[in-house]
Design a binder for this molecule. Structure first.
Ligand code: GLN
Length: 188
């Protein structure tokens, strides 16, 4: 049965996620206001973009608290980059905490100045040779014991799974490799 996937569409790279999830067979809709989350859905996508802007918009649109509750109750979440920052319990170089449900510490713009944006390939869970594009990406500086590391770069975690949350510092939606979306949907 096709999964109903809500993509947060207040700012950032939501269109790319919509395309990728639709191609992987999901029934995709956009989340822009509280009315959009009144119907039930199977998974939430938090796209990349600017986490501070997204967090403030979520708060102003009164989406932050209800979405936080759904995630805390077990709604499957697929997050990339800014989405990972929104989920993190701690941001090393920012005092903000948004959803604060993922027990990791991230550092914003850690792959920014020195390296710029770049693409590499690597293992993601059981998937080999997955292209990973980093754009002013956050570093995952530390993870709690109950967090599974799915991907790494330079010895540091770049993708994690914690219960119902899958979160990546890089952008799977910017490549044509759809395996990770299919894996997430199959797991949902
Ligand atoms: N630099 C952004 C932030 O700190 C994240 C970048 C991205 O989502 N591609 O919010």
């Amino acid at each position: 049965m096709s999964r109903r996937v809500g993509v947060l569409a207040v700012q950032g790279a939501f269109a790319e996620h919509e395309r990728a999830f639709a191609k992987a067979g999901a029934d995709v809709f956009e989340i822009r206001q509280t009315a959009d989350i009144e119907r039930s859905f199977d998974a939430l996508v938090l796209p990349g973009g600017e986490s501070t802007v997204q967090g403030k918009l979520l708060r102003d649109l009164k989406l932050l608290a209800p979405l936080r509750q759904r995630i805390a109750e077990g709604l499957p979440v697929f997050a990339t980059c800014a989405g990972l920052i929104l989920l993190a319990k701690q941001i090393a170089n920012d005092s903000a905490v948004w959803f604060g449900l993922l027990p990791v510490t991230v550092r914003r713009n850690a792959y920014g100045r020195q390296l710029g944006s770049f693409t590499t390939k690597g293992q993601v869970g059981s998937l080999a040779d997955v292209p990973m594009t980093f754009i002013r990406a956050p570093a995952i500086e530390s993870v709690s014991d109950n967090v599974n590391v799915l991907s790494t770069f330079d010895g540091k975690a770049t993708g994690v799974r914690h219960g119902n949350i899958w979160a990546f510092a890089w952008h799977p939606e910017l490549t044509t490799d759809e395996r990770i979306f299919a894996a997430f949907l199959a797991w949902c």
